[in-house]
Design a protein around this ligand. Sequence first.
Ligand SMILES: [Zn+2]
Length: 265
Amino acid sequence: MKVIVVGGTHGNEKLGIDLVYSITKNPIVNVSSIIGNPLATARRTRYVDFDLNRAIKNKEANGHEKLRAQELAKEIDKNDFIIDLHTTTSNMGISIILSKTDTISRQIARLIKNRFKKITIIYSSKLDDKSNFINRLSEHGFVVEVGPCPHNKYRKAQYNAVLNIVNFVAKFEINSKNEDSLPREFLRVKDYVPYNSIDDGFFRRILNQDFMKFPDVDNFVKNTSGKLINLRNCYPIFIGEKSYIETGIAFSICVKEKWNKNENT
Ligand SMILES: [Zn+2]
């Protein structure tokens, strides 16, 4: 399986950028690597004109990232599996974010969770052809999201954890391993809660507590479309993520689900 590692899809997420440089210097068998957004990386900023990780097959994309998305498509298409590396300012540890419904991506995510334990598998609400994420450019793959990392910084232990994941995927061989023994739990992104629908006290109470479970009582807030949603038994992620401030989003909420046998999503 040919694996491509993309770092610097967001130019201020240094962990993935340094990991790409490292793979260039010290090659890993079956793995190539590429800086997603070299211009934003040089400027140490998330993007130049448009968020590259929302630009794939997106008619609203413009400027530098619109062109870069087309260039990247050609490079990524030569591979079987993409690992798109990101960092978050929120306290999320290491998460694998799937936006694909194929068996291989899901199986590798579960094998990684089985091997490294302290990893959360998150299913994005935007799956496959609805996604504008970079990983849409490959048949298989996912995002690795690491936090907390301030912009342009990371800790060595976080870097090493991601490198272990890359090495694990590089050695993966497609097989018919029985999935029954693999972890079945994952979180599915359900909605997005804006700052203007919660008060400061509430936000401060949950800040840094990504993946905490909201109590088993009704707690209605408005989502980004102004519709009332219930936080009861949901799990917040990306709490206070600095890059989402411009979108007004305070956190995303997930529900916990389990894969059944032979189930793709
Ligand atoms: Zn990112």
